[in-house]
Design a protein around this ligand. Structure first.
Ligand SMILES: [Fe+2]
Ligand SMILES: [Fe+2]
Length: 264
């Protein structure tokens, strides 16, 4: 299975964003075109949160319109800039959540189970996995008869070293989450967004990948006390190769075109 990931779209009604330096709707349209051109074509596309800037119905209508051009199924989890309730109402196909209180869900596939895990907290920038969501995850992982699982969520379950982003990271439930992952051999990978940078590590012995934003990136600054800043590094999508019995293998693919490929 080839799983594509696009993250942190930050769609709003305004065409310009961040002093006009970023045009999120154009960025999303370019990302969608890029995903449709990929060979081999990904089997599914995951959107790892912050689909909108303000969580409004009008913004989700714009997201739905852009995502409708994708030639593969799309699923999405909310980020801190989203409204989980509004997302469920406006994108019922992409967010097929059944639970009261959080927008998590499972997509059952014969080769791969996708678990969308809602880490958002209404009105807060930080993320949380409360006892209710962790119990739901444990229960979701008990089904599936050993089929590999890919978990996708907005807030990464680790500190990145970019302090200003870590202060609004997954502040509650991450240790328990790591224990649950460690106990479930079927989990082959975890993919996240929120940090607007490509970052990799492991949690509970499983590879974790944080995707770039399709729009603006967070400046890489690992100094203590560094102020949060954005930059105009090119946007990327991620591609996760999921082979049964193997850990997830993740690639980053620039949305823009560059010269090449040239044969060696
Ligand atoms: Fe974001
Ligand atoms: Fe975020």
């Amino acid at each position: 299975m080839l799983v594509a990931q696009v993250s942190d779209l930050h769609i709003s009604r305004e065409s310009g964003f961040l002093d006009g330096r970023v045009a999120p709707r154009q960025c999303l349209e370019r990302a969608v075109a890029h995903l449709n051109r990929l060979v081999p074509r990904p089997d599914v596309v995951l959107v790892s949160g912050d689909l909108t800037e303000h969580g409004g119905a009008d913004e989700y209508a714009l997201v739905r319109e852009s995502l409708s051009a994708l030639q593969m199924p799309v699923f999405a989890v909310p980020g801190n800039h989203d409204s989980a309730a509004m997302m469920r109402d406006c994108l019922p196909v992409q967010v097929p959540a059944r639970e009261p209180g959080h927008a998590s869900f499972v997509i059952e596939g014969p080769q791969l189970r996708l678990i969308g895990l809602d880490t958002s907290v209404d009105g807060k920038a930080y993320g949380e996995l409360c006892a209710n969501r962790l119990a739901w995850l444990e229960n979701a992982l008990t089904g599936g008869g050993g089929t590999p699982v890919l978990i996708f969520m907005h807030h990464p379950p680790f500190d990145t070293g970019i302090e200003a982003m870590d202060r609004c990271g997954l502040l509650h439930g991450r240790d328990r989450f790591g224990e649950i992952v460690r106990r479930n051999a079927s989990v082959s990978g975890i993919v996240c967004g929120h940090v607007h940078r490509p970052i990799q590590t492991t949690v509970g012995g499983v590879p974790v990948h944080v995707a770039s934003s399709a729009a603006h990136q967070v400046a890489l600054d690992l100094r203590e006390g560094a102020a949060l800043a954005y930059c105009l590094e090119p946007g990327r999508v991620s591609l996760h190769r999921c082979v049964p019995g193997m850990p997830m293998v993740s690639h980053s693919s620039y949305i823009d075109s560059f010269p090449g490929p040239f044969p060696f």
